[in-house]
Design a protein around this ligand. Structure first.
Ligand code: NA7
Length: 554
């Protein structure tokens, strides 16, 4: 078994570990916070280690203008505490980043979580010590103020709750360092905000983060140039203040809403139309698309049951949106550039507020870089072929090394020094997206192979956290030394994830679901399609004494 890049099995460092816990959790986003809450209830000692200066995970970092959840507030929230979901009052249909961060902070206060969270500390490596049956986890702290220090943690269980979209993708464009002005990445936005008043701004990218931020930057800046490599589908969010009566009605029977949501493929409450787009008449199709467009949000993909299964059905939905774009955008050439050629929903569908309308502004220029990539960045701006677009500031809305980026940033080593980076060289391999063969007592929340990014993350996180903590409780009750996925269970699961994806149109485009946005990343469809089926499978596995896991008594 080759265990490191140079083929050597690394030695377990001799130094004795420092603080010792039953469970070490990485990340204080919604997953890490809830896991801490559950572990405490089990009477286990736990420490959460977080690189940021506060809780909230993705909502701590993604502070770009217009950052907003594309799942409705009443659903993008915890349901484990009835009191919490009754007490918290959301102000908008889709909560903006500051409100979600406030909610995360409220949860941390309410359940007194902070005392077990260590902030501004970054986990760098984790090694399973077979002789002791425990993890040795190394962290760096003080990286912000230059007084770097290393801490070594010792824990029986090691859980990565690092999120799917937290490792920013900064493209390697020549000359970035020579740019005279400031550069920003949407996923690492300055906490004090940025004032673009009077400036010429360049935005690179047209995914969700760009679609949300472009209208706001355009309204503030003197001039905005958008560099578009791939036109993306966006449907209106129709965000609005949340009607207190609607909120009260939902709260009167919150459980009902949550249960209905869990029955849908993406864990979001909406009524999917169980009719084929190809069997509906042109009038029926138009009425259904129009109804969903008018209602707003991601349930547009639920207009018909075959949109993500049949390219001809999908084209009908795509044509509807393209017509809308042509209607909204005044300049026909710009409208054509904005019309996506790809499969609707194959890349993450965006929910927008005035995105297409922004291109009718006199101070906005769209530059198509689909055939002519950005050649380099120079002191004054961004070059495409031999033309320089002068800008004072550049916004990289270029996304993330999604799903595996944050996991692989940490040098994680299981049995015999087996490296996760090495094991996943050809693409991630997991059992249920939660565990990895060869890595005992190691779990991931919303790892590759779980539904995660194709669902409402909050209920998905809760399901994972409950399942992982139940498994740990079971192992502890039975005095188990190690629990780990078997290679056979892992192989079967990976094949199953792929089989399901192959029945759909998802693998047909260059999305981050496939790792296609990162040069050199293996092309493997990572999320599991189907939240209800996933939950059912997890429950069956638990009921069968955690079939597919091997337990040792040390
Ligand atoms: P996305 O959806 O990955 O979008 C990134 C955008 O940046 C996308 O338009 C990319 O074009 C573009 N991009 C990436 N690299 C380059 C380079 N080198 N040159 C030009 N353009 C580039 O990230 P977001 O942050 O918007 O959204 C991520 C998720 O967060 C979102 O799906 C929601 O779930 C929340 P491409 O399409 O790859 O051609």
């Amino acid at each position: 078994m080759s265990q490191s890049s140079n083929g050597q099995v690394p030695e377990m460092p001799a130094s004795s570990p420092g603080p010792s816990f039953d469970v070490l959790v990485v990340g204080a986003g919604f997953a890490g916070m809830y896991l801490l809450y559950r572990l405490r209830k089990l009477g286990l000692s736990a420490r959460v280690v977080e690189a940021g200066g506060g809780v909230g995970g993705t909502w701590y970092w993604n502070r770009y203008p217009g950052a907003r959840c594309d799942v409705e507030s009443m659903e993008y929230s915890y349901q484990f505490s009835e009191e919490l979901q009754q007490d918290w009052v959301w102000t908008e249909r889709y909560a903006a980043q500051p409100e979600i961060l406030k909610y995360a902070e409220h949860v941390a206060e309410r359940f007194d979580l902070r005392r077990d969270i260590q902030f501004e500390t970054r986990i760098e490596s984790a090694m399973f010590d077979e002789a002791r049956g425990r993890w040795r986890i190394e962290a760096r702290t003080g990286f912000g103020d230059g007084k770097a220090d290393t801490i070594v943690f010792d824990a029986k269980y090691f859980v990565m709750a690092t999120g799917c979209l937290s490792s920013a993708n900064m493209p390697a464009i020549e000359g970035i360092g020579s740019f005279a002005g400031p550069t920003y990445h949407t996923g690492q936005w300055p906490h004090d905000g940025v004032d673009f008043t009077g400036q010429k701004v360049g935005v690179i990218g047209t995914g969700s983060s760009a679609v949300q931020s472009i209208p706001i930057i355009a309204a503030e800046a003197n001039h905005l140039t958008v560099f578009q490599r791939t036109a993306n589908f966006a449907v209106p969010a129709h965000n609005a203040p949340l009607d207190p009566n609607v909120q009260a009605q939902i709260k009167a029977d919150y459980r009902d809403l949550r249960e209905r949501a869990k029955k849908n493929r993406n864990g979001i409450q909406y009524v999917p139309n169980d009719v084929s787009a190809l069997e509906a008449t042109a009038d029926e199709r138009r009425a259904e698309f129009q109804f969903r467009w008018q209602r707003g949000g991601l349930s547009f993909t639920g207009s018909f049951n075959d949109l993500l299964l049949d390219k001809n059905a999908n084209d009908l939905a795509g044509d509807f949106v393209r017509d809308k774009i042509r209607n909204i955008v005044d300049d026909p050439e710009v409208a054509e550039l904005l019309c996506p050629k790809s499969v609707l929903g194959c890349k993450r569908l965006c929910a927008d507020t005035g995105y297409y309308e922004t291109y009718n502004r006199q101070n906005v220029l769209l530059v198509d870089i689909s055939n002519n990539p950005i050649s380099r960045i120079v002191a004054k701006g961004i070059m495409v072929a031999d033309r320089t677009y002068e800008v004072d500031a550049i916004v990289f809305a270029t996304g993330f090394d999604a799903m595996t980026g944050s996991l692989l940033k940490v040098d994680i080593r299981g049995r015999s020094g087996l490296s996760l980076r090495e094991k996943w060289r050809e693409g991630p391999k997991t059992y249920l997206g939660l565990a990895v063969a060869g890595f005992p007592n190691f779990f991931m929340v919303t790892g590759p192979g779980s539904p995660s990014v194709l669902t409402n993350m909050l209920p998905t996180i809760e399901q994972h956290v409950e399942w992982i903590s139940d498994l740990i409780r079971d192992a502890e009750t039975k005095n188990v030394a190690t629990v780990e996925a078997t290679g056979e269970a892992e192989d079967d699961w990976c094949a199953h994830v792929n089989d399901i994806a192959d029945e759909t149109l998802f693998p047909t485009c260059n999305s981050w679901y496939l790792g296609a946005n990162i040069p050199g990343k293996p092309r493997v469809f990572m999320p599991y399609i189907g939240f209800p089926q996933y939950v059912e499978r997890c429950e069956k596995i638990a009921a069968a004494n955690y079939a597919g896991f091997a337990f040792s008594r040390g």
